[in-house]
Design a protein around this ligand. Structure first.
Ligand code: MG
Length: 440
């Protein structure tokens, strides 16, 4: 397919988790809202733009975010059932415009609308405007859209369009569009690669494209170096396609020279873990199992794995586990190829506060060992953020609880800001609500 008659759309919901909360709990509509675990190891999974204005970001430790949060801010546990419900509604609507969608997370997808084949930039702009308005009117949420001749540039464009924006990159200008941007905007350039590039004076994508083949390959590795440099020029003919359920994310590499000491093997495996982790994060998944593959000088291959009681996307934990699985080459012979995979993937449903992470070493060379799931921690009584239904007052959410009392804010998407009422914890008229109730 010729690059110049193709239009790829990247649609990304703005501050999705926090926006779902603000949509269904109108009292919060203009307030700083954080979604995530409130416990000592909790992290910010979502932050409204009002919270971001105070320097709070996704993945920040909640303890740090809490210090930055102004007094009118709120911290809520995630309601993934609600986010999935709204995500389905959004992408069912988008599918009316573009039948083939490549979903990459709950709130992000690529599309290649057939109606845009051969369209002008102006026509693409009209299309994007109409789609954004439709989503806002029907679902009440804001989507930003990037459009370009390929996936990479479309994704970068939607990031730049945020918040509440649309950015169409004219065909033929991809290279100029990318040139001034920092290297890390490119998929596949993580902190390690960014650091290596910076060390040779490369900070922008324009500088990356100007590198010689030899420099690109020696800095980024042969395969990755070539791919990334091509993407940096804006050439990207990867198709948009329905993606099968993701089974694992991985990265592997063959070394120019066999590694014969544990220190250098460890360093390489950490780099591989960085790449695999980036894929995990891009896919918005958590992993339970870490797999390390080592091919020795004699071509024998050893695969070792370790499975945790509950899944995680924490880099340090995953990388440390990968390092623990390594075999010292000075004992077992040189290593010519190494790979790191994260498998047992799931969508992060659990509040980090209630996940237990117990590494289970697998000393055999069998691929995977499954263990019993983590014990379920049941909450007693009401927690802030819980959905509630009251016999008389209808649907609402727990704003605060303690000292035998619970304060409920009665409101739904269509009710406008609601009234707060306080009850005794055991009030029989109070029942647990369904996440869909608040969409009424
Ligand atoms: Mg988003």
């Amino acid at each position: 397919m010729g690059g110049h008659d193709r239009w790829v759309i990247h649609l990304d919901m703005d501050a999705f988790y926090a926006s779902c909360e603000q949509l269904t709990r109108p009292t919060l509509a203009h307030r700083p809202v954080l979604v995530g675990g409130a416990g000592p190891r909790g992290v910010v999974a979502g932050a409204s733009y009002q919270a971001r204005a105070h320097g709070i970001k996704s993945a920040m430790p909640m303890s740090q975010a809490r210090r930055l949060l102004p007094p009118n801010g709120v911290i809520l546990p995630p309601r993934f059932a609600l986010y999935e419900l709204l995500s389905t509604r959004v992408f069912d609507l988008v599918a009316q415009y573009a039948p083939v969608l490549e979903r990459i997370s709950l709130d992000e997808a690529f599309a290649e609308p057939p109606s845009l084949s051969g369209a002008s930039s102006e026509q693409v702009r009209e299309f994007g405007t109409r789609l954004r308005e439709h989503i806002r009117a029907e679902i009440g949420l804001v989507a930003s859209i990037g459009a370009a001749s390929g996936k990479q540039v479309a994704k970068v464009a939607s990031d730049l369009a945020k918040p509440d924006g649309l950015l169409v990159v004219d065909q033929g200008t991809e290279r100029d569009f990318l040139a001034p941007l920092p290297t890390r905007v490119l998929w596949g350039i993580g902190p390690v690669a960014e650091g290596k590039l910076r060390a040779i004076g490369v900070r922008t994508l324009g500088q990356l494209t100007a590198l010689s083949d030899a420099d690109a390959v020696s800095t980024l590795g042969s395969v990755v170096g070539r791919d990334l440099r091509r993407l940096a020029t804006g050439v990207d003919d990867r198709p948009v396609s329905d993606r099968a359920e993701l089974k694992q994310v991985s990265a592997e590499t063959t070394f120019d020279r066999d590694l014969i000491d544990l220190v250098s093997l460890r360093r390489e495996v950490r780099d591989l873990a960085v790449h695999a982790h980036k894929r995990l994060v891009n896919a918005e998944r958590v992993a339970r199992t870490v797999v390390v593959k080592l091919r020795h000088t004699d071509f024998s291959t050893v695969t070792r794995s370790e499975t945790m009681a509950s899944p995680t996307d924490e880099f340090d934990q995953l990388a440390a586990m990968a390092e623990r699985l390594l075999i010292d080459p000075s004992d077992f012979g040189g290593v010519r190829l190494a790979g790191v995979a994260f498998s047992g993937l799931s969508v992060p449903h659990q509040d980090p506060l209630f996940t237990l992470s117990v590494p289970v070493p697998d000393v055999s060379t069998a691929p995977t060992v499954s263990r019993a799931p983590a014990p379920v921690v049941t909450s007693t009584g009401w927690r802030p953020g819980d959905d509630v239904v009251h016999d008389e007052f209808g649907s609402g959410w727990v704003q605060g609880a303690g000292h035998g009392r619970v304060t409920v804010r009665f409101e739904t998407r269509s009710s406008g800001p609601g009234v707060a009422r306080t009850f005794v914890q055991e009030d029989p008229a109070l029942r647990r609500g369904d996440p869909g109730d608040c969409l009424a």
